[in-house]
Design a protein around this ligand. Structure first.
Ligand SMILES: N[C@@H](CCC(=O)N[C@@H](CS)C(=O)NCC(=O)O)C(=O)O
Length: 227
């Protein structure tokens, strides 16, 4: 069950003008925090519009949503649904999608790997938390080893998942790993490259500022209070 937060709007803007982008979501980190991390790291401004469960249950927003779900992302006249499409849109606009077509395809591959793990994580959180938590944590090394291997090869990345520049897949993976560090604080201990990668990306100055902001810290990770 979703918590009933009061509706409110947060504006992440250094200047006086309205930000270019709007994210409409429940007031959770959920599937939007990677996009928020990307925006913060790139020095971009955005408006968060949080929808309460009451508003959502009225049904108008759901009926209008292309797949009946949040988040919604607005960029001028463009309205986008699907969190990974939102990440890709921002990546294309802001140079976070590699240097060429091959990089793009490898970044897509990595992001699909992140999505596979996110789905497993969300199934645990929303469907099987009490019964499944221990087994899920035991299964994590088998999941993380793939990303550790990628970071250990020059074939794809060089400090990042792909190439020598951050991409949207990096923000997505770091966000998901941060959630896992809350679920199981020691879960990266046997993965030195992955641990160093999370530390390195989380300590980029704007990401560090974002992660230590009240807006981020006070936003629940998931909608049912489990984490
Ligand atoms: N594949 C979608 C999944 C979106 C999703 O699961 N949305 C949830 C909240 S994060 C939702 O809208 N739940 C309410 C509902 O389905 O009515 C995405 O990546 O954006």
């Amino acid at each position: 069950m979703w918590r009933d937060w009061s509706r409110h709007i947060n504006i992440h803007s250094a200047g006086g003008k309205m930000p270019e982008y709007t994210i409409v979501s429940f007031n959770i980190r959920g599937r939007c925090e990677a996009a928020r991390m990307l925006l913060a790291d790139q020095g971009l401004e955005w408006k968060d519009e949080f929808v309460t469960i009451d508003t959502w249950l009225q049904g108008d927003l759901k009926a209008k949503a292309v797949f009946g779900q949040l988040p919604v992302f607005k960029d001028g006249g463009l309205t986008l649904y699907q969190s990974n499409a939102i990440l890709r849109h921002l990546a294309r606009k802001h140079g976070l999608y590699g240097k060429d077509l091959n990089d793009q395809s490898c970044i897509d591959m990595m992001n699909d790997g992140v999505e596979d793990l996110r789905i497993k994580y969300l199934q645990l959180i929303y469907k099987n938390y009490e019964e499944g938590k221990d087994a899920y944590i035991k299964s994590l090394p088998a999941e993380f080893k793939y990303f550790e291997n990628v970071l250990g090869q020059k074939k794809y990345g060089n400090g990042f998942l792909v190439g020598n520049k951050i991409s949207f897949a990096d923000y997505n993976l770091v966000d998901l790993l941060c959630n896992h560090l809350v679920l199981a604080p020691g879960c990266l201990a046997e993965f030195p490259l992955l641990s160093a990668y999370v530390k390195r990306i989380s300590s980029r100055p704007r990401i560090q500022a974002f992660l230590s902001s009240d807006a981020h810290k006070n936003r629940p990770i998931n909608g049912n209070g489990k984490q």
